[in-house]
Design a protein around this ligand. Sequence first.
Ligand code: SF4
Length: 226
Amino acid sequence: MLELGGFTPLSTVDWPDRLAAVVFVQGCPWRCGYCHNPELQRRGRPGGPRWPAVLDTLSRRTGLLDGVVFSGGEPTADPQLPEATAQVRALGLQAGLHTAGIYPQRLAALLPSLAWVGFDIKTDFAGYEALTGRRRSAAATRRSLEHLLASGVAYEIRTTYHPALVSDPALLDCARMLKALGVRDWVLQRWRPRDDTPSAQVSGWQWPGEALMQALRAHGPSLTLR
Ligand code: SF4
């Protein structure tokens, strides 16, 4: 059974232009310094919602929702995700996914079942291991991104800007890399501090300076700030 860390019955912001329920899947093997949901990283955490109860709730809200987005954590870490996705689609709802591309083969197998993917790009590939705390994280992400771009599934590529963990040169390299891979649109989103995360001591938070913004726009995909 899908292991859950949370459930939001209705969201207008987690899937652009869709009314969606959000299912937070428990577990992620990476340890990003700015992770906003560190309580979702470890598997086997008791007390989360039960998937059958969530599915029952979804079955009674089909007329109110466009779809269900699986978020996390890293949803593809759970081997039950394909079955859960099929169950959602059997209700007549679309299925969306938030992923960091940690498991390329699982993502490739799941893509035909998905209507939309929100894909996290952490930084330039050279900086991945330092940010995620995991070896080979850049290679996995790259393969996943290639699967996504080749699939034709609608997507949003987004990067969290953290002033201490994503340097200006790394962000610019990231912009160039995405454009070279054929990404057309890119969302740069604010890191949201939490008091209990290791990176919360960063002060004086701000967006990149104007010179860097101009460079990002000149060398990267079409940029949206969020
Ligand atoms: S990939 Fe996402 S869920 Fe996993 S540690 Fe990084 S920010 Fe947190």
